[in-house]
Design a binder for this molecule. Structure first.
Ligand code: GDP
Length: 529
């Protein structure tokens, strides 16, 4: 198979949902279809479970699972499918945002009873901003839920999407009879739990034929006819280009647990989902078909064994072929590196591979060279854009609790920040260090890992910060900027990249500052050029 064929057969995507909507279950069923796993229960949920175990144990358990499920790859009908795992827990939302920089499309899972939930809204907003093609799967049709039209409305309104159903449910809950596949023009009847079998589908060439009445009963048949007429009247015709441009989102219905509607989703997905997409770098747009290899780090995972300090850096291949033992340029360090054992991922296993293609993810063993966002190339100086940091929600001073171990503490903080566990800000005025996180859970993670992996102890101290804003001066030399820096000195810090950050202590002071210094732009995201 040639290089271009290898690219064209790859589909790299993420599944996003609010916790409990059915992401893990759907992932597992997709893997079953690919023959990558043999039984249900093989894919572990990466959810944070509160309960019997202490939080630390839970965090470690979750970390263990998260490395195993980071990338799940399998073959289906000649396509190579790479599913990138995205944590649903809100405290790990930033991990998910970063993973979304490495996907070429997304499947959004929605619970038919709960409809659009908070985490779904946030994640979809990020996908929308990046024009990532999205396909919606409405799950748990075996349960009572909202009316299909009502749900489609909700998806359009709350998620700001333009939808068109490609399948339609026949009843739901107790009355769930099956699904009419608008895309393939056939019916799949629901017969209860099916582990793996591909259900028989019945071709329906003419909806007005009495065959439909015989299959699902006259009343259901009439309702379905009316509903499909409505669908045709209300929703636009499916258009692959619009979907790939991120302006139209096809919707499927099903029940992941019952393995129902999943094959339809997958069959359509492999036909319409985008192949590896070009990616913008600061210098130019990089096309996957370019001969020279380029890729970027979107995730770093520390070894679970504290005795081995090595980490696994996850690289998304953007262009060219990635070859084992070939020298590649680490652009930020301007240094060539070779990788003797790059890992590729298959279902839940990882294996050393000689060659990988655009769309693929390789895991590289790293002793501290990489941080999130780093670019590797064959020599060209390219920097991929778009792994921004968002303003954290929580802020605390971090203090050294063991003066003999300050070196370990700083090294630990440094490496954990490179992994993207949290953000570090150093106050301009006194050099004190502030840790900013998305969720309170991260403080426990940091404290625990500093102690267990680096032998350092820390304590936290509360700090009242409303938002961190990255500062951009219209004219760094003007009087207004000097005054801003002088008056607000107490609230200024540098992030790890050395960018100036304003730590506003309240929404009010933020607003006042914006009014008073209009030429000083305050951004909630670290990348704004
Ligand atoms: P995640 O948090 O999004 O990964 O959700 P899970 O896949 O872990 O599913 C959450 C719960 O919903 C589990 O108890 C699943 O068994 C259940 N579930 C998933 N899909 C379905 C479905 O189609 N029907 C029903 N009734 N339950 C489902």
């Amino acid at each position: 198979m040639g290089f271009i064929d290898e690219i064209n057969r790859r589909r790299t995507f993420g599944i996003v949902s609010h916790p409990d909507a059915g992401k893990t279950t759907l992932t597992e069923k997709l893997l079953l279809f690919g023959g990558a796993i043999q039984e249900a229960g093989a894919v572990k949920s990466n959810k944070i479970k509160k309960g019997a175990t202490s939080d630390f144990m839970e965090i470690e358990r979750q970390r263990g699972i998260s490395v195993a499920t980071s990338v799940l790859a399998f073959e289906y009908q000649g396509t190579k499918i790479n599913i990138l795992d995205t944590p649903g827990h809100k405290d790990f939302a930033e991990d998910t945002f970063r993973t979304l920089t490495a996907v070429d499309s997304v499947i959004v899972v929605i619970d038919v009873a709960k409809g659009v939930e908070e985490q779904t809204e946030k994640l979809v907003e990020v996908c929308r901003m990046r024009n990532i093609p999205m396909l919606v799967f409405i799950n748990k049709l075996d349960r009572e839920g909202k009316d299909a039209f009502e749900l489609l409305d909700e998806v359009e309104q709350k998620l700001g999407l333009k939808v068109t159903p490609l399948s339609f449910p026949i009843g739901m809950g107790y009355d769930f009879k099956g699904i009419y596949n608008i895309w393939e023009k056939n019916i799949n009847l629901f017969s209860g739990y099916s582990r793996k079998n591909i259900e028989e589908t019945i071709e329906i060439s003419d909806l007005s034929s009495s065959e439909l009445d015989e299959l699902i009963g006259a009343t259901s048949a009439d309702t379905l006819r009316e509903e499909l007429e409505l669908v045709e009247g209300i929703y636009p015709k499916f258009d692959k280009d619009a979907y790939q441009a991120g302006t139209l989102q096809p919707v499927f219905f099903g029940s992941a647990l019952n393995n129902f509607g999943v094959r339809e989703l997958l069959d359509c997905f492999v036909k319409i989902a985008p192949t590896p997409r070009p990616k913008q770098s600061e210098e130019r747009l990089i096309d996957p078909t370019e001969k020279n290899f380029t890729g970027f780090v979107f995730k770093i995972h520390a070894n679970m064994d504290p005795k081995h300090r090595d980490r696994l850096a996850f690289i998304k291949i953007v262009s060219g072929e990635f070859k084992r033992n070939a020298p590649y340029l680490h652009v930020r360090h301007n240094k060539k590196l070779k990788f003797s054992s790059p890992n590729a991922f298959f279902a839940e296993k990882k294996e050393i591979v000689d060659i990988s293609y655009p769309g693929d993810i390789v895991g590289l063993h790293d002793t501290g060279n990489f941080k999130i966002g780093d670019t590797l190339t064959e020599g060209e100086s390219i920097n991929f854009r778009g792994i921004p940091s968002f303003s954290p929600e929580h802020f605390r001073y971090i203090n050294n609790a063991d003066p003999m171990k300050s070196k370990q503490l700083f090294k630990g903080i440094d490496q954990l920040m490179d992994e993207g566990v949290a953000q570090l800000f150093t106050l301009e005025m006194n050099g004190r260090k502030v840790i900013g996180t998305v969720g309170a859970l991260q403080y426990e993670v940091i404290q625990y890992r500093l102690e267990h992996e680096y032998g350092a102890k820390c304590t936290y101290e509360n700090l009242n910060v409303h938002k961190a804003c990255w500062v951009e001066a219209e004219d760094p030399k003007n009087e207004e900027f000097s005054e801003f820096k002088r008056v607000k000195a107490k609230f200024l810090a540098k992030d790890k990249q050395g960018q100036l950050v304003f730590l506003a202590d309240s929404a009010f002071s933020l607003q006042m500052t914006q009014q008073k210094y209009p030429s000083v732009k305050l951004h909630f995201v670290s990348e704004f050029q």
